[in-house]
Design a protein around this ligand. Structure first.
Ligand code: CMC
Length: 384
């Protein structure tokens, strides 16, 4: 194994052959099952795109209706999950509670189905996860914050029910529309760390639940999905420290201290605009009047973007606008990454299906730079 084949962070390494999606940076397009993701997000809704991602084709009207009915029928989680959430220490991070919830859910699966990695069995498990992750994400957070549970209302559409559980009341049309479009933007994104983690785990023939638990653990990190929470916290810090007039100096100070500004930069887009960020930024002014500090935050957002481009030639990735958009929609910050995971469940289900359908174990090698030719002493060192 030579250093020529070593790429730190697997930068540029091709990990698999997939028919699910590609970031085509030459044309600045995210291709999902042959379609431009932004065109999908402009025209369809989340459940249509989830069907596309999982089944590989858009649904007919009847298939779309049946898909939504299946998700609604399975939206409720076992009572034991509600009890589990009440037992969790209040200091539990929402994303960890979701991770635990998905892991716990595996125990309720029919053991034959759990250990069956056939396409049919994986589809059943995947649809159940897609249906139940919203209730897991919202109600674990509710328990941790002494808020009453809001169980799924199966008479509502998938995204309407998600917002209903978040808010405790049905959403208005504008909020629902924005929430749905953001959810579509997060649905699938080629081979980010969490998708790779899911596929690596699946490649051992571990089950769908295990792969999904690994994906949650990965997505939590601030260099990945956790960036949406860090991005709004950064904007709110600037607001607290003096607001729009202070924004430029604040960013400059952070850059001089060599800090990373979360929500900027991307391994694949590098010096190009993330198409999702470009699409979603238009929603920021439209929703700004929903929170008292919306106009100021929108102004800070613009300044940060300008300074980052001027100083580092870095564009925002999708987590930068989404952090602010979720805030404008009144969503509690610790739920931003769990909601991202809920959206990405469709993508990860598709990747686990694809991995198990044509599996080869992931098992890379290393460049060893440790010691060698050492020998232990002739007798044991410790008393035993
Ligand atoms: N703020 C300041 N400098 C940055 C940033 C940033 N956000 N991103 C990259 N850089 C600089 C970095 O300091 C380095 O500079 P130098 O060469 O002078 O040391 C250079 O750009 C290359 O950085 P890198 O870490 O080697 O690049 P990478 O491809 O390994 O990292 C990244 C990609 C996303 C981890 C990185 O851009 C980053 O840390 N961004 C902030 C976190 C973030 O927004 N993550 C969300 C990613 S997109 C959505 C998702 O997947 O969830």
């Amino acid at each position: 194994m030579t250093s020529e084949t070593f790429s730190p962070g697997l930068d540029g390494v091709i990990a698999t052959d997939t028919k699910i999606s590609l970031l085509d940076t030459d044309v600045e397009m995210i291709i999902v099952r042959g379609y431009d993701l932004i065109e999908l997000a402009q025209n369809l809704n989340y459940t249509d795109v989830a069907y596309l991602v999982i089944y590989g084709r858009l649904p007919t009207e009847a298939q779309g209706r049946e898909f939504c009915e299946t998700l609604a029928e399975q939206a409720e989680i076992p009572d034991e999950l509600y009890r589990l959430f009440e037992l969790m220490p209040k200091s539990t991070v929402a994303m960890d509670a979701l991770r635990t919830g998905i892991s716990f859910l595996a125990g309720f699966e029919d053991p034959d189905l759990l250990n069956d990695n056939s396409h049919e069995a994986n589809l059943k498990k995947g649809l159940k996860l897609l249906a139940q992750v919203p209730a897991l994400a919202v109600n674990s957070y509710r328990a941790l914050n002494d808020m009453p549970f809001v169980r799924p209302d199966q008479s509502l559409g998938y995204m309407e029910n998600f917002m209903y559980m978040l808010r405790g009341e049905k959403p208005d049309a504008v909020s629902l529309d924005a929430f749905d479009r953001i959810h579509m933007c997060y649905i699938e994104h080629e081979m980010p760390n969490s998708t790779f983690a899911a596929r690596v785990i699946a490649s051992t023939l571990a089950d769908m639940y295990g792969a999904m638990v690994g994906a949650v653990a990965s997505l939590k990190g601030r260099l990945h999905g956790g960036a949406n929470e860090a991005a709004i916290e950064f904007l709110l810090d600037i607001l607290k420290e003096g607001g729009p007039p202070r924004a430029e100096a604040y960013v400059m100070e952070k850059l001089e201290a060599r800090a990373r500004i979360m929500g900027f930069g991307h391994r694949v887009y590098m010096k190009k605009y993330d198409p999702r960020a470009k699409f979603l930024m238009e929603y920021i002014p439209r929703l700004a009047d929903r929170v008292p500090d919306g106009e100021e935050l929108a102004s800070i957002y613009n300044t940060v973007e300008q300074v980052m481009f001027r100083e580092k030639a870095l564009y925002p990735n999708t987590d930068f606008p989404i952090g602010l958009l979720y805030y404008e929609l009144g969503i509690p910050i610790p739920l931003y990454t769990p909601i991202f995971l809920a959206s990405r469940t469709a993508g990860n289900v598709a990747h686990v299906l694809e991995q198990h359908d044509d599996n080869r174990l992931f098992r890379p090698r290393v460049i060893y730079s440790g010691a060698r030719d050492l020998h232990p002493p002739d007798k044991a060192i410790s008393p035993g």
